[in-house]
Design a protein around this ligand. Structure first.
Ligand code: UTP
Length: 297
């Protein structure tokens, strides 16, 4: 029987330079979409997919993330005394069971592949998920859950895939497809950040993965790749060269690149409009704004 995926790695050790100066003192993953930090969306998605162990690969200056998932007795008792039960319930969604969450350090930002490799001893010999909290995906069924269900049939390695404009391939890992079967794409190759003219397709890999432990064992043989970083894509591509299956999964949902300012703003608008308590006031404001721009033009 195929092993269940119960562990997930959250690589959060990057420098987040695109959000400077904010990220000088705040981890990017603590920045909020409406009222929840990016990391909360990632954790909720993992829980919905059946993940029980949460492994954070962190770096200097990410202490706010550890505090976020700790209980806050002072705040809890203040809310309790004030009878603010709805707020207490919201607060409790951030509490993690003791021992469910582990933090390890990546001492140097050597790349995503290296960050994932730092968690190797906690993964041991099990398949595991990787979630990049920068990629926030609005979906009816959370994307990692969609993937876990598909993985139960395929095994091997699976990456979330989506079509991007040709001229954008140099920002992504890109799949070379051998066979397509509905949402499943069997890969015969994977390239990190190819120029549009060299890209084998326009199917980009985004930040959700289910990987066999073998990928971690491939890592020491992976040399620095695109951008001088140790790339996760290269360790996954090594699976294909060893004759083991790698699938792309064309997920259902809308992905926002919250690692970029424009993507973060788009997500803020979309998640704001999706909230019942904000929708009317916020959409009226956006309409007013659009009308004013129209008049100005
Ligand atoms: P990014 O490429 O977005 O880099 O990393 P970044 O440092 O977070 O942000 P910018 O580009 O400087 O603005 C993608 C994911 O990989 C993690 C990041 O934390 C993010 O979740 N990462 C990247 C690491 O954990 N370690 C690394 O060495 C590199």
């Amino acid at each position: 029987m195929r092993r269940k995926v119960t562990k997930a790695i959250f690589p959060v050790a990057g420098l987040g330079t695109r959000f400077l100066p904010a990220t000088k003192s705040i981890p990017k993953e603590i920045m909020t979409l409406v009222d929840r930090p990016l990391i909360q969306y990632a954790i909720d998605e993992a829980r919905a997919a059946g993940i029980k162990e949460f492994i954070f690969v962190t770096s200097r200056g990410k202490g706010a993330l550890e505090d976020y998932f700790d209980i806050n007795p002072v705040l809890e008792s203040a809310l309790e005394k004030a009878g603010k039960t709805a707020l207490l319930d919201i607060l409790k969604t951030t509490n993690m069971e003791s021992g469910a969450i582990a933090y390890i350090r990546q001492h140097k930002a050597l790349g995503l592949g290296h960050a994932v490799w730092c968690a190797r001893r906690l993964i041991a010999n099990e398949p595991f998920a990787v979630i990049l909290p920068d990629d926030v995906i609005e979906a009816e069924t959370p994307v990692l859950k969609q993937m876990v269900e598909a993985y139960a049939e395929t095994g091997g390695a699976m990456v979330a895939a989506m079509e991007v404009a040709r001229e954008k391939t140099s920002s992504y890992g890109v799949l070379d497809i051998a066979e397509e079967n509905g949402r499943l794409l069997k890969a015969k190759g994977m390239v990190e950040k190819p120029k549009p003219e060299d890209a084998p397709s326009n199917l980009a890999v985004i930040g959700r993965y289910i990987l066999p432990p073998q990928v971690l064992r491939n890592m020491p043989n992976v040399r620095k790749g695109a951008g001088g970083e140790i790339q996760l894509t290269d360790a996954i591509a090594a699976e294909i060269s060893h004759g083991r299956p790698v699938h792309g999964y064309r997920f259902e949902g809308r992905r926002f690149d919250c690692g970029s300012k424009a993507g973060f703003l788009q997500a803020t608008v979309a998640f704001g409009l999706a909230r019942e308590d904000l929708r009317d006031e916020f959409s009226a404001y956006l309409e007013q704004l659009a009308a004013r721009r129209h008049v100005a033009e």
